[in-house]
Design a protein around this ligand. Structure first.
Ligand code: DGT
Ligand code: CA
Ligand code: CA
Ligand code: ZN
Length: 563
């Protein structure tokens, strides 16, 4: 799905037009179209292929042409031209709340402020007080500080894709690099990308990477750049003998490192990015591999996803770390959509791709009728779909396509069909999309009603959060978990990269309560089937083992579980 890319492109058009002093309505038009495309469930690429771009709300002829150019060529000439009119740095400055296009232009053009870092320095030294005025200078200093702390983080999938391209680029040049930081820990969002190498050639190769926008810093052991996406990437060049210690250090988390360091101190050693060494003599105890360092500290190897100071050091000491679930443990995927509702691919294409990825079964969970915007299915249309699924199953045997549904939990907690109809599905999932602004008690009641409904097997993406856009519904998740437990129902970890819902904290709690989870892709196109890997990252960060995840079961056992 390229919706995110296209939305970003339109945002950039909006920004560049704004900074270049273009007509205000144009700017608004780009923003509106961007918002719609970012949030819609249909695949923009699919609409484009069908020549239906202008069917999208707020996409007129002019914007449709730009999207077409971008999807055809991967570029947009108008944007490139526009960006040339804008002084370097102005776009980055506009990311600071309080800096509009005029101020950005002035700072970049007349005061040589080319980045947020320049701005920070300029504000701190008082050099920019005249330019923006005293009150504004104070306010901006505060904003810049806030941005440093978090600000714009990317989704795990974005960091993953950028890092994969970088790794491939280095590989082509015969240079080995290892991702570290929050990306390696599989965090939901990533601030910047950290990579490690032992190859000194990497520095030169890195600064000539075509996607680099600006080199922030270049030293013998550290090179930092901004990519054209605005992403910061930090490359560290470390000694071969010190790779293990460096990997631990730069994988973090900071809090995990602190716990390790304290453990080292207890043993009369010190631990830093170079080595675990004797505190007095400096003699190296371990440094080459992570395994050695952990082992000398008396710990089992701790998988990166667990390195969050959530009890993993204690568990590793006692040899009680979980044997974490892996993508390969999954035998099927229990949430995906086809062209019957809002997916972009036919049943058969989705099924074949799933089959090739090694699954034994999948479930199509097209929406039920009350989700009008997602083309939800009536009973009549489901019956027809079942026929198609029966035929497909004959064709793809022994692979099994399950009949399922993503049943909307309506605003009063009821579902679209009666029990008799539901019982003809193999699996029934329930979701709350509509009326999510109800008060917390009402939302909780709806989730509880769904889980108590005799036909429902799974509660999909329980909080309905969209990362970066809206927080999860303020449900009483303790009560939801308790209800799932009491009724033997499943809770989902939805692997769609902007959902990752349940999150790791609640998924772990559900597991500790004995509730089983399912990890799904929620794919709306074949390419999205591999999004289960991000759901698995959440599952691992939640300490889940294969036995805690229902779709690791062989089909027969799974069907028993949901019977
Ligand atoms: P992010 O980029 O905000 O998503 O999170 P991280 O965890 O990737 O953090 P980052 O990029 O600032 O640093 C990467 C790792 O390097 C971090 O997880 C631990 C280590 N590290 C960085 N700075 C420090 C520090 O001041 N103290 C300690 N103990 N470790 C640090
Ligand atoms: Ca990082
Ligand atoms: Ca970093
Ligand atoms: Zn859904």
């Amino acid at each position: 799905m390229r919706n995110h890319d296209v939305a970003e492109l339109l945002d950039k058009m909006a920004q560049a037009s704004e900074a270049a002093g273009e007509d205000r309505f144009k700017v608004i038009a780009y923003r509106r179209a961007s918002t719609v495309i970012r949030n819609m469930e249909q695949d923009v690429e699919e609409l484009w292929k069908q020549g239906q771009l202008e069917e999208i709300k707020y996409v007129g002829n002019a914007i449709a042409k730009k999207i077409d150019e971008y999807l055809t060529t991967g570029k947009l000439e108008a944007l490139e031209k526009m960006e040339k009119k804008v002084p370097t740095g102005a776009l980055e400055l506009m990311k600071v709340p309080g800096i509009g296009p005029k101020t950005a232009y002035k700072l970049a053009q007349n005061y040589h402020v080319k980045s947020v870092d320049d701005l920070r320095v300029g504000l701190a030294s008082g050099a920019l007080t005249e330019a923006v005025g005293e009150v504004m200078a104070k306010r901006l200093a505060g904003e810049v500080e806030k941005m440093k702390e978090g600000g714009s983080r990317m989704l795990l999938v974005e960091a993953f894709n950028l890092a994969a391209m970088l790794v491939a680029y280095f590989e082509e040049k015969g240079i080995d690099v290892e991702p570290a930081g929050s990306l390696r820990r599989g965090a939901n969002t990533v601030g910047d990308i950290d990579i490690l190498t032992t190859d000194a050639k990497a520095s030169e190769a890195f600064v000539s990477y075509p996607m680099v926008d600006r080199v922030i810093e270049r030293g013998p052991t550290r090179v930092s750049v901004f990519l054209k996406t605005g992403t910061q990437v930090d490359l560290r060049i470390v000694k071969k003998d010190e790779l293990g210690a460096a990997l631990i250090y730069f994988t973090g988390s900071k809090q995990h490192n602190i716990e390790l360091r304290n453990l080292a101190i207890e043993k009369g050693w010190k631990l830093n990015e170079y080595a675990l060494a004797d505190a007095k003599t400096g003699k190296v105890v371990a440094s080459k591999t992570e395994e050695e360092v952990y082992s000398k500290l008396g710990l089992e190897f701790i998988p990166p996803e667990l390195r969050e100071a959530r009890g993993e050091v204690e568990a590793a000491k006692e040899g009680k770390l979980p044997h974490l679930v892996e993508v390969d443990d999954l035998r099927g995927d229990l949430q995906m959509h086809s062209t019957w509702s809002d997916g972009s691919a036919e049943l058969e294409r989705m099924a074949r791709v799933a089959m090739e990825s090694g699954y034994e079964y999948i479930a199509f969970t097209d929406h039920s009728v009350s989700v009008g915007i997602a083309n939800g299915l009536s009973e009549e249309r489901f019956r027809r779909q079942w026929k198609a699924i029966d035929e497909l199953n004959d064709k793809l045997k022994p692979f099994r396509v399950l009949k399922a549904v993503e049943a909307e939990v309506r605003s009063d907690g009821s579902l679209d069909f009666d029990r008799e109809f539901f019982d003809q599905f193999d699996i029934v999932g329930a979701s709350i999309h509509q009326a999510y602004k109800q008060p917390p008690e009402k939302l909780t009641e709806r989730a509880v009603m769904a889980l108590e409904h005799p036909s429902v097997d799974i509660l999909f993406h329980p909080t309905n959060r969209i990362i970066g856009r809206r927080d999860g519904n303020p449900l009483d998740l303790r009560k939801v978990i308790q209800t799932a437990k009491d009724n033997g129902k499943l809770l989902e970890i939805d692997g769609a990269p902007n959902r990752l819902d349940l999150d790791e904290v609640w998924a772990k709690r559900a597991m500790q309560e004995g509730v089983k989870l399912v990890v799904d892709s929620d794919a709306h196109s074949p390419g999205e089937l591999k999004n289960v890997q991000f759901g698995i990252a959440v599952a691992r960060r939640a300490w889940l083992e294969a036995k805690d995840v229902a779709n690791t079961l062989p089909l027969r056992d799974l069907l028993k579980l949901v019977a």
